[in-house]
Design a protein around this ligand. Structure first.
Ligand SMILES: [Mn+2]
Length: 505
């Protein structure tokens, strides 16, 4: 283990096992927030098992405990180099994306060491659970569990996808801020057994030797260009291994930033650095993994993609996979998703989510109550009332009121369609042709405004209700400030072809 001589290996295994677990009746939430004494006891390391069983029932941690875990883990991570040196006999996992219950599947088996390639948060509803538990494991067993940074371990993506909102709903701004500080300390790459480079996304034109990765300070937000951006954002070219003519890099149009690297770029890099292959995550795979061309028929593949979030986004029928490497052999282990608790889109509570339904139904009820007669009947009623006496006059007044009310409701209906109210629309999840059109229209406008404002190299594909058309917005990250590119139905088009390799993650 050469990753960090200063690592506090003496801290490992000193787990207090005398503390009583808070009682959870048949897996129901105890509603008790675990505290520092509950988890740390008299030790300087937490007991991850207490944390796991508590989080499993959707219970939460006391804020001081969450902050302590984030702080303690980031201190250990900060002491690690940019590039970890790891041994063989290891399990490598790709993107987890907030799927805490599937993360537990990975951890249940596996090798004596674990390496996570990044993107543990966003998309799924349990990103903070993933981080708190993985960090508890890191603090307790710093030479067993290793974490790399993904492009989603950053301020600008967690803000635009789900993780920030999740932290604010489940915890607080302080916990989110502490997560961001901790993410800045995550190492960027690992070399396994002096043979394989493990990295979240891939190569960069600026990356010539492994030493290049250790030459800069990583303790900052992910940059929007340059090597730190590339290794967390790049992808292999779509025609990887079947390039007609040799070339190294092309612009990554799908991501809107960074590059696509070719087979030749990988081959050249591996030869220069005397490595066998690259293991990376970053792209969803229908089988959970993708093995790319090897140098020769019997050699190791030069590139392997892993994706460890099964049933991705709750709608893609995808498997997940991890890679076991031991005794010079690579084993890919596939796994399927397990059941998990359900969260409404955007962590909305049930009352807020159902508010638009209520407004619609109450409006319809009022309309039905007030529509006591047709327009013709109203006209007849008008003429009749003019010929009758005082008793009839009161009926006339009522019909006038009814007519006014109907006009008011009709006008309200039109106004609602013409003037998009953001609050209403973000809650407007119910599906009908006119509402879908309205929702999509407004969603595009909002996303472009946000993307323009921060000039972020991100694409936003999450958080739309499943039954709505998938809207995929990608804004260009280049300094010239090119107009954002709006592409419709990108992901769904691919899934319908059984090809989801292109879906951003
Ligand atoms: Mn990624």
């Amino acid at each position: 283990m050469g990753e960090n001589p200063n690592m506090t290996s003496n801290r490992a295994l000193r787990i207090t096992d005398t503390l009583a677990l808070p009682t959870n009746e048949k897996g129901r939430p105890s509603r008790k927030r675990l505290t520092i004494p509950d988890v740390y006891g008299n030790s300087d390391v937490p007991n991850p098992e207490y944390i796991k069983s508590h989080l499993l029932t959707e219970d939460r941690l006391d804020e001081t405990l969450a902050l302590r875990l984030l702080h303690d883990a980031s201190e250990i991570l900060r002491a690690e180099p940019n590039v970890l040196t790891l041994p063989s006999n290891i399990t490598v996992a790709g993107d987890i994306h907030g799927q805490f219950y599937d993360l537990l599947t990975i951890l249940r088996t596996g090798r004596p060491h674990f390496l996570f390639l990044g993107d543990n948060v966003d998309r799924g509803s349990f990103g903070i659970e993933c981080i708190l538990y993985l960090f508890a494991l890191k603090i307790s067993f710093p030479t067993k569990y290793f974490l790399l940074r993904g492009n989603h371990e950053s301020r600008h993506l967690t803000k635009h996808f789900t993780f920030k909102r999740e932290c604010l709903v489940k915890y607080s701004q302080s916990v989110y801020d502490a997560c961001m500080v901790a993410f800045d300390t995550l190492p960027l790459a690992a070399i396994i057994n002096q043979q394989f480079l493990c990295i979240h996304a891939g190569l960069s034109p600026e990356l010539r030797t492994i030493d290049d990765l250790n030459k800069f300070s990583r303790f900052k937000e992910v940059s929007k260009a340059g090597m730190m951006c590339d290794i967390l954002w790049s992808d292999p070219v779509p025609e990887f291994g079947q390039e007609v003519a040799p070339y190294l890099y092309s612009h990554n149009r799908i991501r809107g930033c960074s590059y696509n690297y070719s087979y030749y770029a990988v081959e050249e890099f591996l030869e220069r650095n005397n490595l066998l292959g690259i293991i990376r995550g970053h792209e969803v795979q229908s089988a959970g993994f993708k093995v790319y061309k090897g140098k020769q028929a019997d050699s190791y593949p030069v590139l392997i993609s892993l994706f460890s979030a099964p049933h991705y986004l709750g709608k893609f029928n995808t498997k997940a996979a991890v890679l076991d490497y031991a005794n010079g052999k690579i084993h890919i282990r596939q796994f399927s998703s397990v059941e998990h608790p359900f969260w409404l889109p955007n962590f909305t509570d049930a009352f807020t989510w159902s508010y638009p339904y209520m407004v619609k139904k109450v409006r319809e009820i009022i309309l039905v109550i007030l529509s006591i007669c047709t327009e013709e009947e109203l006209d007849k009623s008008d003429r009749a009332s003019q010929r009758r006496g005082m008793m009839e006059q009161s009926k006339h007044v009522f019909t006038l009121k009814a007519r006014t009310m109907k006009r008011f409701v009709d006008r309200w209906k039109k106004t609602e369609q013409q003037l998009p109210c953001k609050d209403f629309l973000t809650l407007n999840y119910y599906s009908s042709p006119e509402n879908n059109a309205l929702f999509n229209k407004i969603n595009i406008i909002n996303d472009v405004e946000i993307s323009d404002k921060i000039q972020s190299p991100l694409g936003k594909t999450a958080s739309l209700p499943f039954d709505l058309q998938h809207v995929d917005i990608r804004s260009s990250s280049n300094a010239q400030g090119a107009a954002p590119v709006i592409r419709l139905s990108h992901s769904l088009a691919h899934i319908s072809n059984g090809d989801i390799n292109d879906v951003e993650d």
